[in-house]
Design a protein around this ligand. Structure first.
Ligand code: EAX
Length: 328
């Protein structure tokens, strides 16, 4: 079931190999992610590796790890802080305790389109967030995307909040997500991504939510016959470097990593969006029952979630949210 993503995966772009001079030393950089080898995120990492190895003329060696092999989102971030891993790119949601400003990405229905997300990530707000997240042993250097999240479950088709009554839904480790699913009438449990497939398979939880590409590349459809296209939250991936590693690098190589993270982020978002619809179709073809919501049905979810939105809007700070809405 991974074949379509693999064959539809656009070819890696040619890397312009203008060499960046270093300090004569060689470096090895391990880059680990939570999603699998067949997703858009890993494709982005392959491009990053290509750029960094070519432009450093082989002086920086990039080793890629996927499927949470070196830890899930939070474990990988801890490893960066400890200096035992050099790079990772988690969803922003599990990091809100450390970086409260990331919580805007958890507000339901705040990002109406990928274009608005790009303007936020690539504009002043995204730049400021990267600066603010460059602390606690981490250096934040760029944005990619996980994408718009969709609901899947094993019990029944869901088209209204009532259909969610009592459903056990796994969420990321994030208080807003817990609030969202509780308010919709479900029974949410936070859990690390690495444990999720087994939890779904064994019925520890009935459902979960992730973008189509992550659902398919993680084979959740094999244990989740139903899905609902909710688009309830847009999740970025933030590209992080261990500060310990960063401080060892000459400035020219720090610049190279920033440049490569930018190019990876633009490419990965393009791949993610190109594959999104194709993968939704493939999931249907493979027998997943996908419910597409009418505008009224989406409005019902939005109305039900209005208190969550208002409550967290006050906690996060209305100004940042106003700025994002002004972009929309
Ligand atoms: O690294 O936990 C999740 O649902 C995400 O897709 C995970 O952040 C991927």
């Amino acid at each position: 079931s991974l074949s379509l993503a693999a064959t539809d995966m656009p070819p890696l772009p040619e890397v312009d190999g203008t060499v960046v001079e270093g300090d004569g030393n060689d470096y090895t950089l391990k880059f680990s992610i939570g999603t699998t080898q067949s997703g858009a995120q890993y494709r982005g990492l392959e491009y990053f590796k290509d750029i960094v190895e070519k432009r450093s003329d082989g002086h920086i060696k990039v080793q890629l790890f996927h499927s949470a092999q070196l830890g899930d989102d939070l474990q990988a971030v801890s490893a960066l802080q400890a200096g035992t891993l050099e790079m990772t790119a988690p969803s922003t949601s599990p990091l809100v305790n450390m970086f409260p400003q990331f919580a805007v990405f958890d507000l339901p229905f705040l990002f109406p389109s990928p274009e608005v997300a790009d303007k936020v990530l690539d504009g002043e707000i995204g730049k400021r967030m990267l600066e603010e997240a460059s602390t606690n042993g981490l250096v934040a250097i760029g944005w990619a995307e996980n994408g718009y999240r969709q609901l899947t479950d094993s019990k029944a088709a869901v088209s209204t909040p009532e259909d969610l009554k009592g459903l056990k839904i796994r969420t990321m480790q994030n208080p807003i997500h817990l609030d969202i699913w509780r308010t919709l009438g479900a029974n949410p449990t936070p859990m690390s991504f690495a444990e999720l497939f087994t939890a779904l398979e064994q019925g520890v939880v009935d459902g979960q939510e992730n973008p189509w590409i992550t659902i398919q590349s993680s084979r959740f459809n094999e244990v989740q016959p139903y899905a609902t296209e909710t688009n309830h939250v847009y999740t970025p991936f933030v590209t992080l470097v261990s500060e310990r590693f960063w401080n060892k690098l000459p400035e020219s190589y720090q610049g190279l990593l920033v440049e490569a993270a930018g190019e990876m982020g633009r490419y990965e978002r393009e791949v993610s969006r190109t594959l999104n619809d194709a993968i939704k179709q493939q999931l249907k073809d493979e027998g997943m029952q996908i419910t597409e919501l009418s505008a009224e049905q989406v409005a019902t979810f939005q109305d039900t979630l209005a208190p969550v939105y208002d409550d967290w809007r006050d906690k996060i700070g209305g100004e940042l949210i106003d700025d994002i809405q002004a972009i929309s």
